[in-house]
Design a protein around this ligand. Structure first.
Ligand code: ZN
Ligand code: ZN
Ligand code: ZN
Length: 241
């Protein structure tokens, strides 16, 4: 947190340097990026990523979308637009917010990302980068975000709850990735860590990883306080399925 002196912000543990949520899913040759956070460029440099086949946006909040410009190198390199999947309800907002991308207003010689928007609806089965996934709308305060299941992986990003009729979609995943802010005080739009632990149990997930963690609590303390089978994620973490 800018200007904060809490234990996490003053920590020397590199796992306490938390950038905004981003996730890269690799399966065989396929590479799917989930969200384009403001630190996308730094994250992709750090991870040595040279190619992305498709992008999935969980929702349109700034912390999940404002790195979209850094997709430009991937469309340049592939010589064509990069498919970006998002719920239909977000398309007008994304087109308006990043109108320069679709407006044809680029100066000659300067590049804007070339993006091919592909929309979906709640519970659709789509296949970004060839990876078959079922998408599920998740309550996120007064808003909605979209999680998904791909095979044995479940991702619940920017969720406050899992709709009762979606529990079966995520039940029994081997790996569950969830947003969780902090211990204690409930937040209207996000799981607290205790709520996320409850969801992991309800879904009977094999291993669960908490991401989108706020400052306040250092990584080591979270790791100590959560039950077995649940871990705080950290920037650069690699999970194999
Ligand atoms: Zn802080
Ligand atoms: Zn959000
Ligand atoms: Zn967020």
């Amino acid at each position: 947190m800018i200007g904060c002196r809490c234990d996490a912000c003053r920590s020397r543990d590199p796992r306490d340097r938390r950038t905004r949520h981003g996730l890269l899913i690799e399966s065989g040759d396929a590479r799917l990026l989930v969200d384009t956070p403001p630190e996308l460029r730094l994250q992709l440099l750090q991870a040595g990523v040279d190619r992305i086949d498709a992008v999935f946006l969980s929702h349109e909040h700034a912390d999940h979308t404002h790195g979209i410009d850094d997709l430009r190198i991937f469309s340049l390199r592939r010589g064509g637009p990069i498919p970006l999947y998002l719920a239909r309800e977000f398309e007008p907002g994304i087109r308006q917010r990043f109108s320069y991308i679709w407006g044809g207003g680029a100066q000659p010689g300067s590049a804007v990302p070339q993006i091919d928007l592909r929309t979906f609806e709640d519970r659709d089965v789509i296949a970004p980068a060839g990876l078959e996934m079922r998408v599920v709308a998740l309550p996120h305060g007064v808003y909605r975000s979209f999680g998904f299941r791909i095979g044995r992986l479940g991702v619940l990003i920017d969720a406050k709850s899992v709709p009762e009729d979606a529990v079966e979609v995520f039940a029994g995943v081997d790996v569950l990735i969830m947003n969780a802010l902090w211990f204690g005080d409930p937040h209207p739009g996000h799981f607290s860590i205790e709520e996320a632990v409850g969801v992991a149990r309800r879904l009977e997930a094999g291993r669960s990883y908490l991401t989108h963690i706020a400052h306040r609590t250092p990584h080591a303390e979270i790791a100590r306080r959560v039950p077995p089978g649940i871990e705080p994620a950290h920037d650069g973490l690699v999970v194999e399925l």
